[in-house]
Design a protein around this ligand. Structure first.
Ligand code: DQA
Length: 139
């Protein structure tokens, strides 16, 4: 099984950025533990701070991967283009967030991705990604 993980803006600063909200681990270290937990899964990982690059990546993996885990970060709440890309591709997308976006500011309660996603996992720290992988495995 091939699973693509796509992270949006500022998630390259995980471990440094607001650790009270996002924790102390960077994503590269977390990805290693994820790979150890699922040795049979091939993971590819992409992070960008640029909206169009995230859309291009969705187009690239969206017809070949078995599942996509997408944390579009702030673009979740603003990007019609990323929402349209999730709708346009074949591969199912699980939207994840590290923090519980619904317990935060009102502007984080809207997502342009959720209506087109297979599901939403929010608020479990980095283990939101672990839960998303499990959901593809159980499918
Ligand atoms: C986030 C939540 C977003 O509201 C925020 O803009 C992020 C990270 C999360 O994983 O909790 O950058 O997607």
């Amino acid at each position: 099984m091939n699973i693509s993980i796509i992270n949006g803006p500022n998630l390259n600063l995980l471990g440094v950025r607001e650790p009270d909200i996002y924790g102390f681990s960077n994503f590269e270290d977390y990805l290693k533990t994820l790979k150890d937990k699922f040795p049979k899964i091939n993971f590819d990982y992409f992070q960008s701070n640029i909206e169009g690059e995230i859309i291009d990546r969705l187009h690239h993996v969206g017809f070949q991967s078995d599942g996509i885990i997408l944390n579009a970060a702030a673009y979740t709440h603003t990007s019609v283009g990323i929402g349209d890309a999730v709708k346009a591709i074949k591969t199912k997308v699980i939207e994840v967030h590290i923090s519980n976006t619904f317990s935060r500011e009102d502007f984080r309660h809207n997502s342009f991705i959720t209506p087109h996603a297979k599901g939403l996992i929010t608020g479990f720290g980095l283990d939101s990604y672990y839960l998303a992988v499990n959901s593809f495995v159980l499918d």
